[in-house]
Design a protein around this ligand. Sequence first.
Ligand SMILES: Nc1ncnc2c1ncn2[C@@H]1O[C@H](COP(=O)(O)OP(=O)(O)O)[C@@H](O)[C@H]1O
Ligand SMILES: [Mg+2]
Length: 133
Amino acid sequence: MDLSETRLSIQDESDVARAALQTGNFCEALGFDEIRSQMASTAVSELARNIVKYAMRGEVILRAVFRGASKGVEAVSIDHGPGIEDVEQAMEDHFSSSGTLGLGLPGIRRMMDEFEIESEPGRGTRVTVRKWL
Ligand SMILES: Nc1ncnc2c1ncn2[C@@H]1O[C@H](COP(=O)(O)OP(=O)(O)O)[C@@H](O)[C@H]1O
Ligand SMILES: [Mg+2]
């Protein structure tokens, strides 16, 4: 598989499934083991699902990252939806503004090695995650 940057446009549940599959393929091509690759694809599917649910549309960008001798995968989810009023609250286990599990964002943070979230009400949300081999 091609390891150059891949941009995935996200607007419905089939895009969510496709993004998870592509992340798995990307990770395996990079040399990830099955478990760590599963964690990355689960994280991407939660990010993509949040895009569909809260922002209607957006994108996920996958790229290989290198730091010293380590390599890893970076996924950036970007949308121009409503943004998050209280990011700290959104990161708490079981907080959900839509009555679902509220374990997406905190789960993603636990599964990945690095996690950054930027969100501005009315402007949108950007989440960057990385997992190293
Ligand atoms: N891309 C997004 N745009 C706007 N709000 C979001 C986005 N992603 C998450 N949120 C907010 O953060 C909350 C927590 O998200 P998450 O942990 O994935 O749980 P859930 O999706 O089950 O509600 C959501 O209920 C929503 O209010
Ligand atoms: Mg969610």
